[in-house]
Design a protein around this ligand. Structure first.
Ligand code: ZN
Length: 84
């Protein structure tokens, strides 16, 4: 019998890495491919970006991510789930 269990103890009180930048930029999301960027034009598809977006998706390995496949993503990076 498997009478033991693994307890996933995360790092308690994880410190935030580094200090925050003085200016907080509002990230924008591409209307075409949902890629999140600071630029006005998407670096991936040259599409227009928008500040009106919801949901945050980080794709670390797009080839193994089901969500990335569903969204038609073929690159790693940060993406918005919904862009207006
Ligand atoms: Zn794009």
């Amino acid at each position: 019998m498997s009478g033991w269990r693994r307890t996933a103890a995360g790092p308690r009180g994880a410190r935030s890495a580094g200090s925050d930048p003085m200016v907080i930029k509002v990230p924008k999301a591409c209307k075409k491919c949902s890629h999140i960027t600071d630029e006005d034009v998407c670096p991936l598809c040259a599409g227009q970006t928008s500040k009106e977006w919801q949901g945050y998706l980080i794709v670390v390995d797009h080839s193994r991510s089901e969500i990335a496949r569903k969204m038609g993503l073929h690159v790693n990076g940060k993406f918005a789930l919904r862009v207006r």
